[in-house]
Design a protein around this ligand. Structure first.
Ligand SMILES: Cc1cc2nc3c(=O)[nH]c(=O)nc-3n(C[C@H](O)[C@H](O)[C@H](O)COP(=O)(O)O)c2cc1C
Length: 218
């Protein structure tokens, strides 16, 4: 369980590392080209459903580029010529961006080119949540909503629909991880304002949820 002290320690660490980060926003963003996602493989859906669970103890073993590629495609990649995605989304309006927060930086997943764009050149894993494992697990996905794209709905409904979009992506990630022997946990225990600032999100954008991925600690 998280104590008040744990939270305070986490926030302090976040503030320190936020000050040290280097922004690449507005500068040339060097893409990290991912290998094409594998079109086949994995366990049958029923086997993955049996294995799906939340994991909170991770090894620091990194994910291979292929696994990262497959994972991001499963999460919210393009699965049809129309450009639509592996997860459904509100009113056919693309609201959610998937950020991959890793030791080597914060990366924005760009599904059309199936690539990662460098967003921030800093290790911000510790700032993605209030639980200790987030700082050392190899990958934390952060689901960021574009509030400005959700016109004619209240702020409350914006959060609701964006959260539902994020949850579908989260379940795709859970099932991919179950199929591949990876652990994952979808997380709401996040200091949202702080993470939004650390990610340098402009005002209308907001963090919905985060999700850790990595190999379970043996
Ligand atoms: C909206 C939502 C928020 C959650 N937030 C957290 C969280 O911050 N930290 C955490 O460890 N687990 C979190 N979880 C995971 C749940 O605790 C977990 O799914 C639940 O206990 C059932 O366990 P299982 O996923 O292993 O079946 C969250 C799940 C959901 C759906």
């Amino acid at each position: 369980m998280i104590t008040r002290r744990d939270v305070n320690v986490g926030i302090l660490a976040s503030a320190t590392s936020a000050a040290a980060q280097t922004s690449t926003i507005g500068r040339d963003m060097k893409p990290l080209n991912l290998p094409p996602p594998r079109a086949e493989g994995g366990q049958p859906l029923t086997a993955a459903l049996k294995l799906r669970r939340s994991t909170r103890e991770y090894s620091d073993r990194p994910l291979s580029a292929q696994m990262l590629s497959d994972l991001l495609w499963a999460a919210f990649g393009i699965n049809r010529p129309s450009g639509d995605r592996t997860a459904p989304y509100w009113r056919h309006v693309m609201v959610i961006d998937v950020y991959a927060v890793m030791a080597d930086g914060v990366w924005l997943y760009e599904p059309k080119a199936h690539t990662l764009l460098l967003h921030l050149n800093a290790d911000l894993r510790a700032q993605t949540g209030l639980q200790d494992f987030v700082a050392t697990a190899p990958l934390n996905l952060v689901y960021v909503a574009h509030g400005e794209r959700m016109t004619d709905v209240s702020a409350e409904d914006r959060r609701l629909y964006a959260s539902v979009d994020a949850a579908f992506i989260g379940q795709n990630v859970y099932l991919y991880c179950a199929s591949e022997g990876l652990g994952s946990v979808f997380r709401g225990a996040v200091d949202y304002p702080k993470l939004g600032r650390a990610l340098q999100l402009p005002e209308p954008q907001f963090v919905t949820f985060a999700q850790t991925v990595g190999y379970p600690r043996a």
